[in-house]
Design a protein around this ligand. Structure first.
Ligand SMILES: [Cu+2]
Length: 409
């Protein structure tokens, strides 16, 4: 079909039979003619119908294809410019909120840049008011160095990773004011402690989440003693791995109640991180979320602390599974250790295992006594070899979950 017959018609000056505006093949007649200005064409009505139907079908097919392979319910505004980790698998059913939880930390919300050599787990002295021990915790987005040349964007309590060490005594009344300076809501859970249900922390379960800018006060009496920790319990898959955790140590009311002698104490808080090309994602045991850095007390080896002891001294190591995605078989060179407490509870002497490796799973605590038997540099490390690398590289003998116990004669 061609358009060669199309031309302007000028009314009755030309016979209608030689001046078809639209030829109707079905009746062989002239569909339109007469004294009017119009574009002439020889496109037939079935052709127009066919093009219309094909166009409509293409539109419907496009919608169906897009709705099958994409999530049309999520817009760019819903995910707030989320940057997802390469390889992270999301389906068309992944909600916008889940994408935000898995997205890289947004540097727009950075509130504090910690010095590269700053240490976390710093003791926080309580403010005593009417016999109650008051602690103030504040959550925010900070820049934190896990290595001198490796900054990460972290979520922090009081500008440090791990959060400050809270140390109280069995029977204390404790009040903890938590102010939220994160871009999203949060709560805090007191892991392993017997507390009133309303003070337990799980968001949406026992309390409304603490909105950005708000403060919530937790108050309870520490009825137990031993090694515990606190951590975020809102957006928990995101916030805990990004740094919202800290040690909570409860000393016995009577120091004599603690049956073990030791010379030094070492708290080990574990964590995995995912940091690539300047983006910090919450590490998770899932596609695209696997960690490439591993930290003890917020630092990767060789930036982890070195513990100095003398031969004959005993070290109390409190392993805390402050991480949330992986189990770490923690091993100490130079001789076995004795597991004296698990999850804050004393192990009866006849049940105390002598081991040189203990699996520390998320949430678990193991208090072990290790004796410095021989002088030298003794390694404390995770026995999953890859967890002793930094971004897949062994640096100066290793990396990640390693620490040196240096024993002098
Ligand atoms: Cu490990």
């Amino acid at each position: 079909m061609g358009m060669d017959h199309a031309h302007l018609a000028h009314g009755a000056a030309q016979p209608s039979s030689t001046n078809p505006l639209i030829r109707d093949d079905a009746n062989g007649g002239t569909a339109a003619s007469g004294a009017m200005h119009a574009m002439g064409s020889d496109v037939t009505r079935p052709q127009i119908v066919a093009v219309t139907v094909l166009t409509a079908l293409a539109l419907v097919a496009g919608l169906l294809w897009a709705s099958h392979y994409g999530n049309l319910t999520i817009g760019a505004l819903d995910v707030e410019g989320a940057v997802m980790s390469p390889g992270m698998i999301m389906t068309r059913d992944t909600p916008a909120a889940a994408m935000r939880d898995m997205a890289a930390v947004n540097p727009d919300f950075l509130r504090y840049t910690a010095p590269a050599d700053a240490r976390g787990d710093q003791p926080l002295e309580p403010r005593i008011e009417d016999g109650v021990k008051n602690f103030d915790l504040e959550t925010s987005v900070i820049q934190w160095n896990i290595l001198p040349d490796q900054p990460v964007l972290a979520y922090a309590f009081n500008n440090q990773v791990p959060g400050p060490r809270l140390r109280v005594t069995e029977g204390d009344r404790v009040r903890i004011n938590v102010t939220n300076r994160l871009p999203e809501s949060t709560t805090v859970h007191w892991h392993g402690l017997i507390v009133p249900n309303a003070m337990d922390g799980p968001a949406e379960i026992t309390q409304d989440p603490i909105a950005p800018g708000d403060t919530f006060t937790y108050e309870f009496v520490t009825e137990q003693r031993g090694t515990y920790f606190y951590h975020s319990h809102d957006h928990i898959d995101r916030q805990q791995t990004l740094g919202l955790y800290g040690a909570l140590l409860v000393d016995p009311r009577e120091p004599a109640d603690y049956p073990y002698e030791y010379d030094q104490e070492l708290v080990i808080q574990l964590q995995e991180l995912l940091e690539r090309e300047g983006y910090s994602w919450p590490a998770m045991p899932m596609e695209g979320g696997l960690p490439n850095y591993f930290a003890i007390n917020g630092k990767a080896y060789p930036e982890t602390e070195t513990v100095r002891l003398r031969v004959g001294e005993t070290l109390l190591v409190r392993f805390i599974g402050t991480n949330s995605g992986f189990i770490h078989p923690m091993h100490i060179h130079g001789g076995p250790f004795r597991i004296v407490e698990t999850d804050g509870n004393p192990v009866p002497p006849e049940g105390q295992w002598i081991k040189d490796t203990v699996n520390v799973g998320p949430g678990e605590r193991y208090d072990v006594l290790w004796e410095a038997r021989e002088p030298g540099k003794w390694l404390l490390h995770c026995h999953i070899s890859h967890h002793t690398t930094n971004d897949n590289v062994e640096t100066e003998g290793g990396g990640g979950l390693m620490l040196i116990l240096e024993v002098a004669p």
